[in-house]
Design a protein around this ligand. Sequence first.
Ligand SMILES: [Fe+2]
Length: 158
Amino acid sequence: MPQSRNDLHDNAKKTSIGVLQGCLTDSIDLYNATRHAHWNVKGPHFSALHTMFEEFYTTLATDIDELAERLVQLGGTAMGTSQSVQGSTRLPAYPTDIKAGMDHVKALLDRYAMVAKALREGIDATDEAGDADTADILTGVSKNADKALWMLEAHTQG
Ligand SMILES: [Fe+2]
């Protein structure tokens, strides 16, 4: 660990850096997938979905920054290049051959659910490690992921 006056235990820092990097990588991948959907979605619900996907990636951009900056505060290097994301994302590759609105909704729904699950697991892991601040940041990001998940699921129900 590099020298820092941040007095969190090294073990807690290591746990948090690992959790944050995993969530950061997945969130950058999800951000790019959401932009892809925003650009390429077609069909009768184009306008609503195009706008909703934009809201999602705008929120994700802020959340990605929160995750990355916390990681660096703890002594890590926030890995955010395309090459590092491609090599370590836990999300399946986003299908580039789909166009219909519901197909994009379902593809994003699967991936937002994975990210939301990983964030929730990360909250517990960092809390147990003694890093309440990282758990708090993950909780904020988790709330946004759950909200996106709700909005996507609403399109598949009723
Ligand atoms: Fe746009």
